[in-house]
Design a protein around this ligand. Sequence first.
Ligand SMILES: NC(=O)C1=CN([C@@H]2O[C@H](COP(=O)(O)OP(=O)(O)OC[C@H]3O[C@@H](n4cnc5c(N)ncnc54)[C@H](OP(=O)(O)O)[C@@H]3O)[C@@H](O)[C@H]2O)C=CC1
Ligand SMILES: O=C(O)C1=N[C@H](C(=O)O)C[C@H](O)C1
Length: 270
Amino acid sequence: MGDMGLVVVGAGGRMGQTLIRAVHTMEGARLVGAVERPGSPHLGKDAGELAGIGIVNVEIGDDPLAAFAKADGVLDFTTPRATVEFAGYAAQARIVHVVGTTGLSDEDEAAVAAAARHATIVKSGNMSLGVNLLSVLVRQAAKALDAADFDIEILEMHHRHKVDAPSGTALLLGAAAAEGRDENLAEKSIRVRDGHTGAREAGTIGFATLRGGSVVGEHSVILAGTGERIVLSHHAEDRTIFARGAVKAALWAREKKPGLYSMLDVLGLA
Ligand SMILES: NC(=O)C1=CN([C@@H]2O[C@H](COP(=O)(O)OP(=O)(O)OC[C@H]3O[C@@H](n4cnc5c(N)ncnc54)[C@H](OP(=O)(O)O)[C@@H]3O)[C@@H](O)[C@H]2O)C=CC1
Ligand SMILES: O=C(O)C1=N[C@H](C(=O)O)C[C@H](O)C1
C-alpha cells in the first residue's frame, strides 16, 4: 500500500499549519490537499510555504468535496460548524476523518456520529499520548477514591485566542473521572461558580478555566481530600504533539471499518 493521501482543512490555522509540517515529516503520509474557508486570505498560497517548510506544490483551495475525492483521509481542527459539514463530505467520499475540533454541541456530536456510518472517524478533544494516558490514570484514581471523601476539580489554561470553554481536554478528563465513579458527567459537572454558591456538593466535578497569552495547553485534575490532595497534570509545550497524534490516528484508521473511534482506541488504551 502506498502513502496515505491526507487533506488538511483549516490549513491556515494554528493547528492547520502544524499538521502540514507533521504530515511532511511523518512516514506513510503525504499531503494531497489543503482547504480554507471561502474568502480566506490564504486561498491560492502553497500549503508548505505558508507552514514554513517551503513549496510542496499543494495549493490551498476552498472546495472540500473536490479535495476529499482524491484523498484517503482528512485532518480537521477547525470549528464545530465546519467539522459537521466535513464529516458529511467524508461520509460521501467514504474516507477517514480525524476530528480534533472542540466545542461541539450535542446536536453537532449527533451529526458526526451519523456520518460515522460511512466515514471512519477518529475524534478526541486531545490527540496527545500524554493526555490520553492521563485520562486512564484519572479514571483509576476516581474509581479508587470515595466520592464522599475526595472532591474532583479540573483546572485548565489556554492561550488568549481559544474560543471554547471548558476545553475539550478538560471535558475528556471530566468524563474519565465520572466514568471511574460510574456516573454521567452531564449530571455531575459544575461549570461556573459566582457569588454566594453555598458549600460544595459531594460527588460533583468542578471546572475552572483560565485564558491568557500563548499557553499551548495546561490541565490539572485535583482530587482534594481532608488533609491531602492528589494532582494529576499535563503540560503541552508544543502543538506538534497534537498534530503527530492526528496523523498517527489517520494511519491507524486507514484499515478500520467505518465507525466512531477515539484516541484511546488508536493508542490501545481503551
Ligand atoms: N484535539 C486536539 O488535540 C486539539 C484540538 N484543538 C482544537 O482545534 C480547533 C482549531 O484550533 P486552532 O488551530 O487553534 O484554531 P485556528 O482558529 O487557528 O484555526 C482554525 C482554522 O479553521 C479555518 N476554518 C474555519 N471554518 C472553515 C471552513 N468552513 N473551511 C475551512 N477552514 C475553515 C479558520 O479560518 P479563519 O480563521 O479564516 O476563520 C482557521 O484557519 C479548536 O477547536 C481547538 O480547540 C486544538 C489543538 C489540539
Ligand atoms: O484550542 C487549543 O489550543 C487546544 N484545544 C484542545 C482542547 O480544547 O482541549 C486541546 C489542547 O489543549 C489545545
